[in-house]
Design a binder for this molecule. Structure first.
Ligand code: ADP
Length: 866
């Protein structure tokens, strides 16, 4: 050890720090948490603290930065927000009682994935810490939210792992140090990744750890079998890590819920973002589906709804159960109103219970838990008229009014207890007689002295007798010398003054003892009482979590019903077929951004013999809107929501894919076009007959012919090989030719009306393809200068006549610097290219026929000739 830091304190620091080298160590010293060395440098930079130094008796100085204990939470929040782990080291013995240096221990480590503080949590979302392992292309994800105690185990194939991780949106992910590239590729960018030793993921060790945590004999009780080893291993590593972070225990952790592949519709990152489910493309919740559907009244309801939307179901029965409940709540306005009134004011029972179980709930929080439970009877009463509908049947039959827990809390605590114990009264009067009399003594101290003085005057007959107090002797009775003879035997002399004597009596000593310690003892008793109540409530964590889960579901269902009623949604009819029929469909978010009834509803039908729609129309006509609205309607239906349509029949989809626009993924260092192709490839590899594929402008990121050929081939593959429901929005109106070639392709376009030079967007879907692109019209609408518009129209006419040479040479001073134009001149016509590629000897008569069709198609609809 360096000589200059060898004081006993620094030795203690070093010893503790060596066990927490990957965390910033907050080292408690009296009223401050101090940070030393690199921690001090980092923290002073991030938190704007002054960096000072401490001389430890040697030559060099130790960098030092400190934060006051009282203000620690805001500093903690900022450190954690910056992705740091923070270990909190407390003095674990009373400094007065300590021999030598005060004993210190790390009592908790806060990381982005493991926080309790309200200001570090978002009420509307879970705060998961996940652990991921992989074995033979099966991925096990274990995720826990220490603030709620929710614990999930997810077992999925490698391909669906990103979607599962995306849905859980963990703040921190654990991986084994030896994890390979396959697993590392799954980790979302920007998330704190914590490496743990490989052995911690060992399934056999994990099995024991899980069994011990949940006090069960084997994992079969959790619904886990031998095949789930990878998830069990991940779960074990997670538990071990959490125990390290929270040495005081994990009483709040609920038994894990197990989710397997196929239970929910895997939504890839692209689809989740494009459909703007919980976050808009611009960021934030405005303009998202959850923004429209979330009228929940409690944070747990909001989290539940969010989870439902990110995990639409695939099995029909549970979807129907949710829909039946929403239907009942839509129809019975009174029940809905009563339920929502009862839920209003219910606080985050799940997190309050989690805090209680972890021994962290403050008096005010425990009271809030009790007050929330007090609303349960009103919730039950609201449900009575519809108690047999959908999921309500099982909720009502398992109903736990928790009046014992609620009663204990509301009777024991005052109505508005303080945030911290000792900052005011916590325990209600009448709970503890000793506490009540101590309080009376503390508060009535002066009265008690006055009456004691009166009693002693009467007893001794000395009318000048006084009860007084000083710091050295405490309480005393003062009598002037003149009355010496009348002093009773039980008076003990303590102090002699010039003209008077001071005495104490056993009764006065006892009184003194009581009054002087009353405040302290009140506080102690209050703390004892409070902690007993908290511990008692903590033992009911399983019940409280079940109650929270029920209330969350009720709140989410009532929210869906409220929106359905207000926005005139309909109950979708779900089938096990593959059809999709939407009448009068609307985009739930776009319609909300315009005045009521301004949104133009549209019908869409996808059936096996019309399974691929080519959707054309000018920019701004509403193609993307229709595309997304189809995806959203299916997703909402499978999440158990009513849908914005007049009628909808939906064959349940196993997967929903969207590829919209050219989105950048520069974070991962791939070009836009590469990403687009990778995503398209993923769709072609995983879609099934029961999938819904929504494509917007595939192949736009490359040269025209390239793009068109890719779009064409992709459509053929989706149509012929996969046979899924597909809507393909494109500005390549050439693609409308597909309908002539393939049985299951239908052309639709979004109607526009041309009024003279102008175009009017009707936003109405109509059969048939668009005949031109209207790009120039949109350019004009967007305010391109009239001269540019006129010139563009002239060029377009030339190009359409195939007169590119004229366009470039004769009438344009120099060639436009567009990327694509040179290709028109340089590249041979695709038909020519196709012809060149033919190996005539190896072409069968069948293939020749197909080729002919392909060639005619290529030639027929070409606006631009080489
Ligand atoms: P495209 O994908 O064809 O370029 P968008 O789908 O982005 O067009 O739609 C452009 C705008 O048109 C939307 O932002 C919306 O304001 C409006 N719009 C789209 N569909 C409708 C509709 N059905 N009814 C009313 N307005 C619509």
């Amino acid at each position: 050890m360096d000589r200059e830091v060898s004081t006993p304190l620094m030795q203690q620091y070093r010893e503790i720090k060596s066990k927490h080298h990957d965390a910033i160590l907050l080292f408690r010293m009296g009223d401050f948490y101090e940070m030393f060395f690199d921690d001090a440098v980092t923290a002073s930079r991030l938190l704007g603290l002054t960096l000072t130094s401490r001389n430890n008796g040697g030559a060099s100085e130790v960098p030092l930065a400190g934060v006051p204990v009282k203000a620690v939470s805001q500093y903690l929040r900022r450190l954690v927000e910056h992705g740091h782990r923070v270990a909190i080291c407390e003095q674990v013995e009373d400094p007065k009682a300590a021999k030598g240096i005060v004993r210190r221990e790390v009592v908790e480590t806060v990381t982005p994935g493991a926080v309790f503080e309200d200001d570090l949590l978002d009420g509307a979302r879970d705060n998961f810490l996940a652990s991921v392992a992989i074995h033979e292309r099966v991925v096990g994800i274990s995720a826990a939210d220490v603030s709620t105690g929710r614990f999930r185990l997810v077992i999925v194939g490698l391909g669906d792992a990103p979607s599962a991780l995306g849905r859980l949106a963990p703040r921190e992910i654990l991986v084994a140090t030896g994890a390979g590239a396959e697993l590392r590729a799954l980790l979302p960018p920007g998330v704190l990744v914590t490496e743990r030793a490989d052995w911690e993921f060992d399934p056999a060790l994990a099995r024991d750890a899980l069994a011990e945590q949940f006090a069960i004999a084997g994992l079969a009780g959790l619904g886990l079998g031998d095949g789930d080893a990878v998830a069990v291993g991940a779960g074990g590593a997670l538990l071990r890590y959490l125990r390290e972070l929270q040495p005081s225990g994990l009483a709040q952790l609920a038994r894990p819920s197990v989710e397997r592949a196929g239970a929910v519709v895997p939504l890839d990152d692209m689809t989740r973002r494009n459909l703007e489910l919980v976050e808009s493309l611009r960021g934030g919740m405005d303009g998202t589906l959850v923004g429209v559907l979330d009228r929940t009244l409690t944070p747990m309801g909001a989290r539940c709804l969010r989870h439902w939307l990110l995990a639409p179901l695939v099995e029909r029965a549970p979807i129907e159960a949710r829909l039946a409940t929403v239907a009942a709540l839509v129809d019975d306005t009174l029940a809905r109103g009563a339920l929502r009134t009862a839920l209003d004011g219910v606080r985050d029972i799940e997190r309050l219970a989690g805090k209680t179980a972890a021994g962290r709930a403050a008096p005010r929080e425990l009271r809030a838990l009790g007050d929330s439970l007090a609303r349960l009877p009103a919730v039950a009463a609201a449900l009575a008229p519809i108690s047999s509908c959908g999921v309500l049947a099982s909720i009502v039959s398992a109903w736990d009014a928790a009046d014992d827990i609620c009663g204990a809390i509301t009777k024991t605590l005052v109505e508005r207890p303080p945030l911290t114990i000792g900052d005011g009264e916590t325990i209600a009067p009448g709970v503890d007689t000793e506490l009540d009399s101590l309080r009376a003594l503390r508060d009535g101290g002066k009265d008690a002295i006055a009456s004691l003085q009166m009693e002693e005057r009467t007893r001794t007959g000395i009318s000048s007798l006084k009860v007084g107090y000083n710091r050295v002797f405490g309480y005393y009775i003062e009598v002037t010398r003149a009355h010496d003879a009348r002093i009773p035997a039980d008076y003990q002399r303590r102090q002699t003054l010039a003209g008077a004597e001071r005495y104490v009596t056993p009764a006065l000593k006892e009184f003194e003892e009581r009054i002087l310690t009353a405040t302290e003892r009140c506080e102690l008793l209050e703390r004892e009482r409070f902690e007993a109540l908290r511990a008692r409530t903590a033992r009911e964590i399983t019940r409280l979590q079940a109650i929270a889960t029920h209330l969350a579901a009720l709140d989410a269902l009532a929210s869906l019903a409220e929106v359905a009623a207000h926005e005139r949604y309909c109950r979708p009819e779900l089938t096990d077929g593959v059809e999709l029929v939407i009448e009068g469909g609307r985009h739930p978010v776009v319609e909300r951004m315009m005045p009521r009834d301004q949104f133009i509803p549209n019908d869409v039908t996808l059936t096996p013999d019309g399974r691929l729609i080519v959707l054309t129309g000018p920019n701004m006509a509403g193609k993307s809107t229709i595309l997304r609205q189809i995806g959203l309607i299916v997703l909402m239906a499978q999440a158990g929501s009513f849908v914005p349509a007049t009628r909808a029949t939906i064959g349940i989809c196993d997967r929903i894919f969207t590829r919209v626009g050219a989105s950048d993924n520069l974070v991962r260092g791939q070009s836009t076009f590469m990403v687009e192709m990778a995503e398209t490839s993923a769709i072609l590899h995983t879609a099934t007959t029961r999938s819904l594929v929504l494509l917007d402008e595939i192949g736009r990121g490359t040269a025209t012919w390239d793009g068109l050929s890719i779009a064409w081939a992709v459509s053929e593959h989706l149509h012929d090989v996969i046979g899924c429901k597909t809507v393909f929005a494109t500005h390549y109106h050439e693609l409308t030719q597909l309908a002539n070639e393939l049985d299951g392709v239908r052309n639709y376009s979004v109607a526009v009306r041309e009024v003279g030079e102008k175009i009017l967007f009707l936003h109405r879907l109509q059969p048939g393809g668009a005949s031109r692109s209207y790009g120039i019209d949109v350019g004009r609408l967007a305010g391109l200068p009239p001269a540019v518009i006129t010139r563009a129209r002239a060029l377009l006419r030339l190009l359409e006549r195939g007169d590119l040479a004229a366009a470039l040479a004769g009438q344009s001073p120099r060639p436009p610097s567009s990327e694509q134009l040179p290709l028109f001149t340089a590249a041979p016509h695709p038909a020519v290219e196709r012809l060149r590629a033919i190996d005539a000897d190896a072409t069968t008569p069948m293939a020749a026929l197909q080729l002919l069709a392909e060639l005619t198609a290529l030639v027929r609809d070409d606006a631009v000739q080489p």
